[in-house]
Design a protein around this ligand. Structure first.
Ligand code: SAM
Length: 304
């Protein structure tokens, strides 16, 4: 814990320096602090720290910056969710020694790097795409400090990507309407309303960049299957894959009920060659409840 505090204090000082001098926001100041760290600057004293300690320190500074930010897309996926995704990815890819992962809404990278730190004994190649330059810069600096090789794309992830399909696409999807109606019209999941839902288009794009037989683990709004476009979505999912799990998440993770999300697992199976699994419907218990968490993990193992 000491190393986490040490690095957070130094990042916080750098960020406040930028903020207080009016040169930028606190979050931009975190970029400045990370740059000092990367350059071994004299203002930044290194101490021994694990990858996970470094990630936590960076995450604390970014979280503080995001609380001060008014940008709605400045959101980071909490650690608790990353750990659940890491467990599921481990289970779903147990027979593979090497896997390729992609997050089309990678943001600060916190979800991806939490998963990376908790995946055991696998060779992992990572890819991420993001539209917000500041967040992608944070993701890139964090990767460098964690010695985590990753290929990052700064772009609208709903546009074509220079990426071969991956084994697992994991993402905490942006929720809302996609602003480019003309481009949305090129998607099957554009829907019948005036504007298309971004999260629906992201599901289709994630499917496009996942291998046949690969998995998609996506955080989606809890009302995904009761929205006006739910029937179209169900039809699309049953043509392109199999909906394998719908996991409700502990309420206390989310600030408001409206922002609550569920985790869905989809297997790509557009050629219809895979055996059908029962759909796992479960409530993920609170992470602080060790016993319930063990039972949940056991339930997943049995389902698999
Ligand atoms: N998992 C991320 C993390 O841990 O930092 C947070 C993801 S956040 C819920 C959703 C992200 O989607 C935001 O960073 C937002 O900027 C990004 N986003 C929204 N629309 C996008 C688009 N069209 N293309 C790429 N990224 C987009």
């Amino acid at each position: 814990m000491k190393a986490v505090e040490h690095y957070f204090t130094q990042l916080n000082e750098a960020a406040e320096q930028i903020e207080n001098s009016g040169q930028g926001t606190y979050l931009e100041g975190v970029v400045f602090g990370l740059e000092r760290w990367l350059l071994n600057s004299v203002e930044f004293t290194p101490v021994d720290a694990s990858k996970e300690e470094k990630r936590r320190a960076i995450q604390l500074a970014i979280l503080k910056g995001m609380r001060k930010s008014s940008q709605p897309n400045h959101q980071m996926t909490p650690d608790a969710l990353g750990m659940i995704v890491a467990f599921l990815v481990n289970e779903l890819t147990q027979e593979k020694e090497a896997i390729r992962l992609f997050d089309p809404a990678i943001g600060t990278g916190n979800l991806m790097y939490t998963v990376a730190n908790y995946l055991q004994g696998k060779e992992v190649e990572m890819y991420g795409s993001e539209i917000d330059e500041l967040l992608l810069q944070l993701a890139s600096q964090t990767a460098e400090l964690l010695n985590q090789p990753i290929e990052l794309f700064l772009q609208d992830s709903l546009r074509p990507l220079l990426l071969d399909p991956v084994d697992v696409t994991l993402s905490d999807l942006p929720v809302g309407y996609y602003p480019d109606d003309d481009h949305a019209a090129t998607f099957e999941l554009r829907g019948a309303q005036e504007h298309a839902y971004s999260h629906h288009l992201f599901i289709e794009q994630a499917m496009n960049y996942t291998k046949e037989g690969g998995s998609l683990l996506l955080f989606v709004p809890t009302n995904l299957f009761s929205s006006p476009e739910a029937a179209t979505l169900h039809g699309y999912l049953s043509r392109q894959g199999q909906l394998e799990a719908v996991l409700q998440l502990p309420k206390e993770i989310f600030k408001t009920e409206a922002s609550a999300k569920a985790l869905i697992i989809i297997r790509k199976d557009s050629k219809k060659t895979l055996p059908k699994r029962d759909v796992l419907l479960a409530q993920v218990p609170s992470l602080s409840n060790k016993k319930s968490m063990e039972l949940f993990f056991e339930k997943v193992r049995q389902w698999k």
